[in-house]
Write a protein of this length. Structure first.
Lengths: 299, 299
């Protein structure tokens, strides 16, 4: 199947799950639900839920179950974006071309909407009635994978070092790599691992380390590209002002390496990610195309 | 066994788990770990972990496993306290006689410490290596129970209505009851339910509704007592200034009912909570003493 068609299937599957989930929520607190929904329906590439489903599919998992796990993954991603945008953190006004959650709903509701999405992720993963064939054991492993990726050992650990480094001017390449390996990398790796765990079979066990290794390199390439786009991107396509990293004095792969070397590094990481996929043969094709797609993206 | 001795055993068991957990965390981000630990080691009554263990014990669960589940419960409780104290929420400077987390570590680290504790709760619940005898099925049910109690259907739902009601002057008794049934009640009920689920047996299934009903009434009594203490308490014992509810124009059981009626209502709820325990016979004794203890507490 064509890469774009496949990507679109995964994207639509998770967006259907998001819609169904918010339709099913029936509580009187409309504003916090609106804030959660506002954040999670802002579009975006849906990279993490796509990775969950792609990994699940090559391992032979039930794809309806995988889409539900992908929904939980996207809840965690959007919880982190809402909290990251808050005034006490990055203090961002725009995300994906729209005002950030706290700009629309206020800081208090945005904080709780983030908290709500994180709790929802685990509520979704632990509700057996949502799944057709996945075992308790596999779901518990997925809860573990996601909570480790999202917690102090993963995403939060990266955010903390990021905050510390904002206060100093001489961030090294090693520090920057540490930040991104955790802040964005941990959840991208968590996505493919959760996908493999959905399958709950030998294939899943066989592929999990390969795809984890791939996702590690893909996550790095993804971040380098983000940093390049902050210099060279089109504001209308990006949905946020360009040059914001430079303006805020933030260290990025471009400021540390320079543009030419950053582009070379991006190419190198993309090639390395693709090379890791070799043992998967034809089954690695979607992931290989995904690495190229992310290399060439303009948003 | 004497009630106080029993309470102390549960209290020490969870404090030991807290200490072990933070000793085991080995990441370079010392400040976020310090903030998490600062919040969770501030003492307090440890009511929720005590309830987990007491419910687990009457159902015949492994008590080492129950103490680990109690640790996860206390992580969730402290995540909610850190976020609740933030400037965009209640903007509190003092908690349990000490500066609040964001006063010591800054808002950004406090936000992430709260997030970290919530993720840690699910990481602890999903790590099979921490448990001796509990099944995957039971752990998954506990994850579900805790995430529902803590999320938009529970605690967060109550917080949102609380924020809304702060903006209006004519809060009704019904609205106040709704807020507390969710904001504090949901997690107190979640605690006894998680305790019963630890047992993963017929006794657990038999007792879960009884103890849930008890916890609902206990949670209400707990909140009424809190409101009374805000008027009549001793600042040195409470660890926070008294009269803060009145000063901020906050509606409480005392402002709505008046002090005499609030005290009558407290007595009534405590008696009702104890009456629910009848089917448990002798096994209900600890819970009955707990209701009296909370009625008489001065902090």
């Amino acid at each position: 199947m064509d890469f774009n068609e496949q990507y679109d299937i995964y994207l639509k599957a998770v967006e259907k799950k998001i819609e169904e989930y918010f339709k099913s929520l029936n509580i009187p607190q409309k504003n916090v639900l609106d804030a959660m929904k506002y954040a999670i329906t802002a579009g975006g590439k849906r990279l993490r839920p796509v990775l969950v489903q792609a990994a699940a599919e090559v391992c032979g998992a039930d794809m309806e179950d995988a889409a539900t796990v992908a929904l939980a993954m996207e809840c965690v991603h959007n919880y982190s974006l809402i909290h990251d945008d808050l005034p006490c953190m990055d203090n961002d006004d725009l995300r994906r071309g729209r005002p950030t959650c706290h700009k629309v709903f206020g800081e208090d509701i945005a904080l709780l909407a983030g908290d709500g999405l994180l709790n929802s992720a685990f509520e979704i993963l632990s509700d057996k009635s949502r799944y057709k064939s996945i075992s308790d054991k596999a779901l518990l492993k997925i809860v573990r994978c996601l909570s480790v990726a999202s917690g102090v050992f993963g995403m939060i650990g990266g955010q903390v070092v990021d905050l510390e480094c904002e206060k100093c001017n001489d961030v090294t390449l090693e520090e920057l790599s540490y930040i991104h390996a955790n802040k964005t990398g941990a959840l991208i790796r968590g996505a493919v691992k959760c996908g493999c765990l959905c399958a709950d079979n030998d294939k899943g066990n066989e592929y999990i380390d390969i795809l984890d290794n791939f996702a590690e390199k893909l996550g790095l390439a993804f971040q380098i590209k983000d940093d390049i786009l902050d210099f060279e991107g089109d504001e209308a396509v990006l949905g946020k002002p360009i040059g914001s990293d430079e303006k805020s004095g933030k260290s990025t792969y471009v400021t540390i390496l320079g543009m030419d070397s950053a582009k070379e590094y991006l190419d190198k990481c993309t090639q390395e990610a693709k090379a890791v996929l070799e043992p998967l043969g034809e089954k690695g094709e979607f992931f290989s195309c995904l690495a190229d797609y992310l290399l060439k993206r303009n948003y």
